[in-house]
Design a protein around this ligand. Structure first.
Ligand SMILES: C[S@@+](CC[C@H](N)C(=O)[O-])C[C@H]1O[C@@H](n2cnc3c(N)ncnc32)[C@H](O)[C@@H]1O
Length: 371
């Protein structure tokens, strides 16, 4: 998720709320009245009052703000830095990078996109780059596919893709994303392994789930999945992917909601999960305009993720991107939050290994608690 847009999905709830346009990437997050319902208090003293969170939905009673305090108990073991790498494979490859761009193979297509981190030189000759099927130009204010150029043949908005035998659709989105974040595959494999090894029914919650690849991987591995995203459009795409993957019979609940509000409700209702994935943007919006700001809201959401675990949980996986922070920050948050739970907190970066010259492209920070 190397994107630098404020809300990484592009066609997400921020866009749906009408804040569309390239300038969105540089908007300073703003406060609005609804922020009051998101205030999380720091408790003084050792009590551990886990108040129910507030809801921005006017039809629901406003509950007391969540009170955060440091958890008691021994800190989990730690493992860091852990660099999780996606190598070039038959479904996806970072072919080359350099001079502020990256050249990737997504199934049948070669795609060129901007990549601010690629401050080195391209390793492949120009003729390899010139064979690209799609180039993100972003040079119009138009939405959608209009921001892409197709030098060889005009292409449709979507195309068939595969991840490890799961069929889904790649898509040219107006925010240069292509409907999948391949670096997440390291987490997906790890999660699928945990589900298979559990040899019992496993419930997975995928917050900020976007087009649903993680949900499909979990469902295929045998889990019962709840997938939450603020964007109706993204949920529509995820459902299409479920059909495309031939996994329609698998138990996946697709929910359009604000991630924090949903987690608060699950806590109140006593719904519990064995695995929670959360991959929040730096800034986003819930479907009713609820403002998500990572630095403000992540501590409360992480705390909630702990509260909604089953008595024998397997893992909680956090990814963060496009933020000015080190993985040490989310590591400390996760370790403190999972104090008293045993297990290990592993933290580091998700990287993609380039095929041409073996350079690593870092896409995101992560921290995961594993029982
Ligand atoms: C980059 S995507 C996550 C990618 C996903 N984990 C994957 O691997 O495909 C971030 C998602 O968060 C969603 N989002 C933004 N703000 C949200 C909020 N307040 N509640 C729920 N989802 C939100 C966006 O619609 C978007 O789909």
């Amino acid at each position: 998720m190397s994107g630098d847009c404020v809300c990484c999905a592009g066609e997400c709830a921020v866009a749906e709320a009408g804040h569309v346009g390239p300038e969105m990437r540089f908007l300073k997050p703003f406060r609005d009245k609804r922020r009051d319902s998101r205030s999380h208090q720091l408790a003084k003293g050792g009590a551990e009052p886990r108040g129910t969170g507030a809801s921005g939905n006017r039809t629901e009673p406003i509950a007391a703000p969540r009170v955060l305090s440091r958890r008691d108990g021994a800190l989990p073991a730690e493992h860091l830095p852990l660099i999780l790498e996606v190598a070039p494979n038959a479904d996806y490859a970072l072919l080359d990078s350099g001079a502020g761009q990256k050249l990737e193979q997504y199934g049948p297509y070669r795609i060129v996109r901007p990549e601010g981190q690629a401050i080195w030189q391209k390793a492949l000759p120009a003729k390899d780059w010139d064979r690209a099927d799609a180039i993100f130009t972003g040079d119009t204010d138009e939405e959608g596919i209009g921001r892409w150029r197709f030098p060889r043949t005009p292409l449709g908005e979507t195309w068939p893709m595969k991840h490890d035998g799961i069929d889904y659709l790649g898509r040219f989105t107006s925010f240069r994303h292509v409907g999948v974040f391949p670096e997440q595959a390291s987490h997906w494999d790890h999660m699928a392994g945990l589900i298979a090894a559990a040899k019992r029914p496993v419930k997975v919650l995928n917050l900020f789930g976007y087009t649903g690849l993680a949900s499909l991987v979990a469902a295929r591995a045998g889990a019962e999945v709840t997938h939450v995203d603020a964007s109706k459009k993204a949920i529509g795409w995820a459902r299409e992917n479920q059909e495309m993957a031939g996994l329609s019979q698998k138990p996946i609940r697709w929910i359009v909601d604000d991630a924090l509000k949903f987690a608060e409700r699950e806590e109140r209702r006593g719904s519990r999960y064995d695995i929670v994935l959360f991959d929040p943007p730096a800034y986003g919006r819930g479907p009713r305009g609820e403002v998500w700001q990572l630095f403000e809201d992540l501590p409360a959401l992480t705390d909630l993720c702990r509260s909604i675990l089953t008595p024998k949980p397997l893992a909680v996986v956090l990814t963060a991107y496009s933020i000015r922070a080190s993985f040490f920050a989310i590591h400390a948050l996760m370790r403190d939050t999972f104090a008293g739970m045993g297990g290990t907190v592993e933290s580091g970066e998700l990287i993609i290994r380039e095929k041409s010259a073996g350079r690593a492209l870092s896409t995101s920070l992560f921290s995961r608690w594993v029982a």
